[in-house]
Write a protein that binds this ligand. Structure first.
Ligand code: ADP
Ligand code: ASP
Ligand code: MG
Length: 951
């Protein structure tokens, strides 16, 4: 025989795979036919290093072009066929018959809707229907046999489930061929509208004639087989020579247009080397079929058509903010699909790597979209991660419009796995433990998804599919029975209800800190990691976690690398009095929701919940990501809390601090902050728990920090804890409102100062009262009444005048400088005369003038001595070494020309005078407005921003 050129070299093949999601009904078939016969079908994939906005390259080719459709079954059909077998085993004849009848009806209806009702259409329909009927009666015979034997083997499963692809390819082929031949004038692009002018042909290819596969001895029947490449190649070439070559005489039609032939091939199905036994490539195997066909036909590109725009950085059903990946490398796509990205069969790319054939994932319903191009280099250009990663084509379609190269390309997870743990110190250093372990699993036909091993074989941990967990544990138990029976500590454990989460990306190899970020994201969401593995390729880091945490883990990890939720701090504001309301207004009015302009931090602060003393409003998670929703927080939200109405997105509920905490913890973001704008001890008592759970606390409420010293110490310890989740408590506004008091004191201590004394006017109300009194124009009771009328005092002015509020501030300050004081240790000289301490407010105010003379006398005496009266809080450290100190609150006299002198203070100003060994002759003075909703809220707001910028 003369050596004739390979028949394949006469053609240019473009292979397209249409999955079940693209073949749902007649309209889908029409769309598929129009894609296959339209210009998209013979376009070359865009190059990875080009702007991906350009359309597919349509190149004039001297070769005849062939668009090949490899089809899956109509969506859900393979599942129905598989279930009919189970019904047969159960002996439920009526049920399996009805399943098969519905499948017949479904396919007949699709064919009927596609084929025109003219004579030729009716003829084609009759042929299709006859084939469908013949097949279904064959299936019923097989099911009957199954029902009698009450069992079926893998071969039976493969034969029965093959019909889905046989039928979908039959219908698509009939539709396209009918359209091609019914009208000799229309261009192929218009096929769905009725016919083509070019001498195109549509051929049907049953993969069982050409695709030869075999499984390794002992491999499970449903595993992915290996292709017998030489044999398949020969059969494919022969098939092309027999079916395509004879008609291939003109590459162009009369008008110079391209002649395109079409092949509709079955996905999923294959044959075995003897070619007598039908088999399949295993569930979801059509992607692999298409890749094998692309390889065997030397296809230019494989387009995999899906119901999504391409490969996403995570399953878009679980992570709504997942990004479309424009370019990924073969290896990245393989790792992602191996670890569960359902969009692609894990082995689908293997046949195409050697030939570097590009794979293009596209959306059947949006064919002009970007899609995902899978090629050798992904988006890193030279693939070694050191190149022009950021400038060379964008890897991700960002939501903001600017491109971004991300070290982790995507996340995927394998659900329902079990961990089998072999443990025992006696295994340490003993040769062959792994070998025995893996042999046991191999003998039980169990494939291992992930391994994690202590360096010494002291413990080896294996992840296996959950349905194989018990068998795997039993196999390992059997293999190590002697050790378990005789050696102390040797045991096998099985842990169910797990899943594997994997972070994948070529750049992982070269970037420092990726694992840290990954684990940090999991830790901040309080997700416990049971086992860790890093692939030797360094393209993935995988962790085993509880499957109930899967979605949260996926979202947190994705957020950390793709930056959307990591840039959000969720805030719950408890207390909607003057300060709380002002804070909410500030949050609304500020532009911290936008990563632009005057927001230097680039973090969005979103209000997730607000509550008052009785009720709370929990905003739905989705709503807090929408700025418009957030803007309604203070207005409609607060109004809703105060009345019975509620904004549509959130429900008003009874205040339940635990539910509020759960809500905050459930927010998919890196930073959670609880702002306590109450003066409640009950809320304050929750701080340690919140901090321990990773919730930052910002508070102007003095109750927790000035309460029992042990609580203060516990809060400080939690803040300093290195153990994640780390959270801190911010309480600058408990002393001096917005003034930098606590931070200044900390800075002094941190730079070696020894604080000797602090004297301060720490109450805005008392500052006002004494500033007015010092003028000598009015009696003291008048000034109190005036201050109350102006709203400068608490409703009961005795709350200010008793000095307890100042005493709490002094307690907090004293603790900050290292003194172990309790509130009760302070010497507090109340300004409320003893006889008026327990009467009503009215009586108090009525009787207060009785004491004006005493006050006037005090003022007179002080003035006579060149001094002035101040109501101060004081801390005097007598002995640094022993921390011996005196803390007091009450009226004291100060030199009129000193820092606390008359005329130095105005209105409701606060002032702190701090002496240290270096601020000795001249003290450090902090002065400014120290009370009022606006300055306090601005201090709280500043601390929120500090948290998000430090996190
Ligand atoms: P078909 O059967 O049509 O081939 P599949 O249902 O197997 O399609 O795969 C498509 C589905 O895969 C999508 O609908 C999507 O929800 C899911 N999917 C899971 N992970 C990803 C991911 N990382 N990117 C895109 N789609 C994904
Ligand atoms: N129809 C087969 C299945 O559902 C193959 C495939 O769709 O890829 O498993
Ligand atoms: Mg699929």
């Amino acid at each position: 025989m003369s050596s004739s050129p390979c028949p394949l070299s006469r053609f240019e093949f473009f292979v397209h795979k249409f999955g079940g999601t693209s073949l749902g009904d007649a309209a889908c078939f029409r769309q598929v036919a129009s894609l296959l016969t339209g210009p998209e079908a013979i376009g070359h994939a865009p190059a990875a290093d080009h702007d991906h906005d350009e359309p597919p390259h349509l190149r004039a080719s001297p070769l005849r072009q062939v668009a090949v459709a490899v089809v899956s079954a109509v969506g859900g059909v393979t599942d129905s066929l598989a279930s009919s077998l189970r019904l047969a085993v159960d002996g439920d004849g009526a049920a399996y018959r009805s399943t098969i009848a519905s499948l017949l009806e479904l396919h007949t209806a699709i064919a009927k809707e596609l084929l025109p009702h003219d004579e030729r259409g009716a003829q084609t329909l009759a042929e299709v229907t006859e084939e469908l009927k013949r097949d279904t009666s064959d299936i019923l015979a097989l099911l009957r046999a199954t029902a009698i034997t009450r069992s079926y083997d893998m071969h039976m499963f493969q034969v029965v489930t093959s019909y889905g692809e046989l039928w979908s390819s039959l219908i698509l082929w009939a539709f396209i061929s009918h359209s091609l031949s019914s009208n000799g004038t229309t261009t192929p692009t218009d096929i769905s509208a009725g016919g083509a002018s070019v001498p195109s042909r549509c051929l049907r290819l049953d993969a069982r004639q050409v695709l030869v596969v075999e499984r390794a001895p002992g491999a499970p029947g449903d595993s992915t087989p290996n292709v017998c490449e030489a044999e398949s190649q020969q059969l494919v070439s022969d098939w092309v020579a027999t079916h395509l070559l004879p008609g291939c005489n003109g590459e162009h039609d009369r008008d110079g247009g391209a002649c395109v032939d079409y092949i509709v091939a079955t996905g999923y199905v294959a044959t075995t080397p003897a070619r007598t036994v039908h088999t399949t490539l295993g569930r979801n195997g059509s992607d692999l079929s298409a890749a094998l066909f692309t390889n065997l036909l030397r296809g230019k590109v494989l387009s995999i058509w899906k119901d999504v725009d391409g490969l996403y950085s995570a399953d878009p059903r679980l992570v709504p903010s997942a990004r479309l990946l424009q370019h990924v490398s073969y290896r990245e796509a393989m790792e992602l699909s191996y670890f569960g990205a359902k969009v692609l069969h894990p082995r689908a790319l293997t046949p195409l790597i050697n030939s570097e054939t590009p794979v293009w994932i596209r959306n059947t319903h949006r064919p002009d979209g970007h899609g995902t191009l899978i090629s050798v280099h992904g988006s890193n250009g030279n693939g070694n991660g050191s190149g022009n990663g950021s400038g060379n084509g964008s890897s991700v379609v960002p939501s903001s419009g600017s491109s971004k190269t991300v070290s982790v390309k995507g996340f995927s997870f394998i659900d329902r796995i079990s961990l089998v743990n072999l443990e025992g110190s006696t295994f340490a250093g003993v040769a062959g433990v792994s070998e025995r372990l893996f042999r046991a699993l191999h003998d039980a036909s169990i494939s291992v998804l992930m391994i994690s091993q202590g360096g010494s074989e002291h413990s080896i941990c294996l992840a296996v599919p959950e349905d194989k967990g018990e068998a795997a544990a039993a196999a390992v138990q059997r293999a190590f029975q002697w050790e378990i029976d005789h050696l102390k500590g040797a045991r096998v454990e099985l842990l169910t209800g797990q899943c594997i989460l994997a972070a994948v990306g070529d750049r992982l190899q070269h970037q420092v800190g990726v694992a840290g970020q990954f684990f940090g994201a999991l830790a901040s969401s309080r997700i416990n990691v049971r086992a860790i593995a890093q692939g030797s390729s360094e393209r993935n880091i995988s962790v085993v976690i509880d499957r109930v945490d899967a979605k949260r883990a996926l979202q947190s990890a994705h957020a950390r690398f793709y930056g959307e939720w990591s840039e959000i701090a969720a805030v719950a504001v408890v207390g909607t009095g003057l300060i709380g309301a002002e804070l909410l207004r500030m949050l609304d009015a500020s532009d911290v929701t936008h990563n632009t302009g005057s927001n230097p931090i680039g973090v969005s602060v979103r209000v997730a919940a607000i509550a008052n003393s009785k009720r709370m409003l929990l905003y739905p998670t989705a709503a807090i990501t929408a700025a418009a929703e957030r803007l309604s927080t203070s207005t409609t939200g607060m109004a809703a809390l105060g009345s019975s109405g509620a904004p549509s997105t959130a429900a008003v509920e009874q205040l339940d601090l635990q539910a509020l905490e759960r809500h905050l913890l459930a927010q998919p973001c890196a930073t959670r902050i609880l702002v306590d704008c109450t003066s409640s001890e009950h809320v304050a008592a929750c701080y340690p728990r919140w901090l321990a759970r990773g919730i930052h606390v910002v508070t102007p409420n003095k109750k927790a920090l000035s309460g029992p010293y042990d609580t203060y110490r516990q809060i400080r310890e939690l803040m300093l804890s290195r153990q994640p989740p780390r959270a801190s408590c911010w309480y600058e506004t408990t002393v001096g409102a917005g003034l930098p008091v606590i931070s200044t004191v900390r800075d002094l201590l941190g730079t070696g100062h020894c604080v000797r004394s602090i004297d301060g006017v720490l109450s805005g109300t008392l500052s006002f009262l004494f500033n007015e009194f010092a003028k000598g124009e009015r009696c003291f009771s008048d000034i109190v009444l005036d201050a109350k009328a102006k709203g400068y005092t608490e409703p009961d002015p005795r709350d200010d005048l008793s000095g307890m509020d100042v005493a709490r501030k002094v307690t907090i300050l004293a603790r900050e400088i290292g003194l172990r004081v309790e509130l009760a240790d302070l010497q507090v000289n109340s300004l409320v005369p003893e006889p008026l301490r327990h009467c009503s407010v009215d009586e108090y105010l009525a009787k207060l003038p009785l004491y004006d003379a005493d006050m006037a006398e005090m003022l007179k005496d002080a003035t006579a001595h060149g001094e002035c009266l101040r109501f101060v809080g004081s801390i005097h450290v007598a002995e640094q070494a022993t921390r011996d100190a005196r803390c007091s609150v009450g009226i004291r006299r100060f030199a009129a020309d000193g820092p606390l002198g008359a005329g130095r203070l105005h209105g409701a100003d606060n002032i702190l005078v701090i002496h240290t060994q270096w601020y000795d002759q001249l003290p450090l003075v902090i002065q400014g407005p120290g009370a009022g909703a606006a300055v306090t809220a601005s201090g709280v707001f500043a601390e929120i921003l500090k948290i998000v910028s430090y996190s």
